[in-house]
Write a protein that binds this ligand. Sequence first.
Ligand code: NAD
Length: 472
Amino acid sequence: MSNQAYSFFQSVERSFDKAAKFTKLDKGLLEQIKACNSIYSMRFPVKMDDGRIEVIEAYRVQHSHHKTPCKGGIRFSIEVNQDEVMALAALMTYKCAIVNVPFGGGKGGIKIDPRKYSTYELEKITRRYTAELVKKNFIGPGTDVPAPDYGTGEREMAWIVDTYQSLKPGEIDAAGCVTGKPITQGGVRGRKEATGLGVFFGVREVCSMPDVMERLGLSVGIEGKTIVVQGLGNVGYHSAKYFREAGAKVVAIAEYEGAIYNAEGLNEEEVFQHRKKTGSILNFPGATNIANSKEALELACDILIPAALENVINHENADRVKAKIIGEAANGPLTPEADEILAAKKVLVIPDMYLNAGGVTVSYFEWLKNLSHVRYGRMEKRFTENLNGHILGQIEELTGKKVSEKERGFIMHGPEEVDLVHSGLEESMISATREIMDIWRSNPEIPDMRTAAYVNAINKVGTSYAELGIFP
Ligand code: NAD
């Protein structure tokens, strides 16, 4: 069935309806979960460097208020429209519910091509957008907390927090009005690698399940598994790194100019440096070139990680995919047609909606840090090190033996911010994976893991709405 006749928001509704059949929720409640609660469509003028006034089109959508604040990125793209922002906000509601991040879904968008504006113009647009959000109470640590998305990053988040703080003087939790900030402005360590690390934790958990591995004809565990990664950007690079460090073999890496293959495994950092130096991933020492990058998706491997673009696996190539597991690191790398073809081939697709939720999970940790006004680890690091040193000293004295210097370092180490963020992410991804798998195991009618993930999200949001009751 083609997806073309449906808008993006309608196609999210269709995935929702497909999963809602497997819940016992009231029809009216399901309608409420699906609906976008608040939509703010705005137009505002900005004076450009040449003196021209340009009217900027922008949006902020709060899809669900079953938990507050709402959370979701801000996108700067010429493709932005209300339907897209609504769909992305809805996906954020479900994504947060799946990884137990207590936020409603939100999303923002400004319809501009950021490459066509000077830095000063972008700053004016971002600050004016923030001021519009403040005017309508669409931003704040307790109401709605944006984050980066396509075309935005730390720089824009710093402008947002600064604008917010200047309009809300003395608001003690103001730093929590946005996440993805630079560390010096209240950002958290561990954000950059969060999505790739979350992908690794999620796939590793699936691979630790004996029943799932037996069905796929694979051994339990990550060690020795062969991996193909598409896209050596932020998410692809970090996914490859953590798989390699866990003993898997990244046999191929694809970029848009081509792909490279080495059955013995590739080191992502060396490949990255080679690409930086030569301008291309091709001709990497010891690897075979694959001129047509797309062919990498069809290589024999245990796990395929598409971490570049949407719709890369579709009705044309899905049948030729030989991977046993596909970990959707990118957003929407499979079309609905590909989903059906791969389900028939018994390929396990680990869905994007939860697998790439590492970014939002760590955003939640950043927000918590901002509300607590203290860096993670600051209060307990020294205490833990002193305590561990004491325990170790006692053990050594009682046994008359000394541990190695390497072990000593490991045991003594008190938690730094990055350790706690990684550990919180690991816990979130493991629990989310287990919850989804339990739902899938409990009902053989549920066709795939994507639907099981939706069922989990719908049940959680529905329960929350039902417990809140209807006001008045
Ligand atoms: P990125 O821009 O850092 O990396 C994307 C990489 O893909 C680039 O290196 C690019 O050259 C490569 N690429 C582009 N076209 C390609 C092609 N045809 N074949 C092979 N490679 C190609 O982006 P990112 O932040 O790593 O995001 C990647 C995907 O993950 C996107 O779908 C994004 O929406 C999704 N995602 C990212 C995050 C995050 O925290 N960064 C969170 C959730 C989801």
